[in-house]
Each structure stands twice: as structure tokens, then as C-alpha cells.
Design a protein around this ligand. Structure first.
Ligand code: SF4
Length: 105
């Protein structure tokens, strides 16, 4: 009898290909690179971010992503070259805390 983990490994390629077929064609290469072609973390982050925004208006939504608690946030694709982390973190802090008391709003 095989363990669940061995079953997952055995079904990996067919599972990946089944999911790949459901993705919008213009974004398939990112997912394929990250999974079947094993191209590395950058492809994996891009594929995950695309999935996260459901492939809709993807570049803008990922660039403007404000989910700074996401562990992929610093590595997401489509960022503009500026200190976006600082800008978003400051915006988050302004919205969350009353600076006169340093208490959550
Ligand atoms: S960085 Fe943003 S877009 Fe990418 S996975 Fe995290 S929350 Fe989603």
C-alpha cells in the first residue's frame, strides 16, 4: 500500500497538467515553468501571484498589491523600481494607527 505522499508524487504531472489546462493561455508558461520545467523560485512566485489575483488585470493588481503580510509580497513581479515597501508600509501604518497615541484606530 502506498502512502498518501507517494500517491501525490505519482500523480504530480497529471495533476499539474490538468490544472494547467484550466489557466488562461497567456499565463500558462509561468505556471508550467514553475512546476513542470522546475525553473526556480521567481517563476513560482509569479505563478502564485497570478493565481492570487485570478489572472485578471494581473500586472496592475500584483504591482499594486497591498497585502504586505504576504510572505511573497517583497518578491512579487511587476513592481516599479522604487521603495515600494516603504511606501506601502507607511500607508498601512497611517491607516491603522493614530499617531498621536500610537494606538490602533
Ligand atoms: S504578493 Fe500579493 S498578489 Fe502575490 S501572492 Fe501575495 S497577496 Fe497575492
Amino acid at each position: 500500500m502506498s502512502t498518501p505522499h507517494k500517491t501525490v508524487i505519482k500523480n504530480y504531472e497529471s495533476e499539474i497538467r490538468r490544472y494547467l489546462d484550466t489557466l488562461p493561455s497567456k499565463f500558462r508558461s509561468h505556471y508550467e515553468n514553475a512546476t513542470l520545467k522546475l525553473k526556480g523560485r521567481k517563476s513560482a512566485v509569479t505563478a502564485k501571484c497570478l493565481d492570487c489575483v485570478n489572472y485578471e488585470n494581473a500586472a496592475n493588481r500584483i504591482r499594486e498589491c497591498e497585502t504586505i503580510r504576504c510572505p511573497l509580497w517583497r518578491f512579487r513581479p511587476y513592481q516599479v523600481k522604487q521603495n515600494r515597501y516603504q511606501e506601502t508600509a507607511e500607508s498601512f501604518l497611517e491607516e491603522t494607527f493614530d499617531h498621536s497615541t500610537l494606538e490602533a484606530k
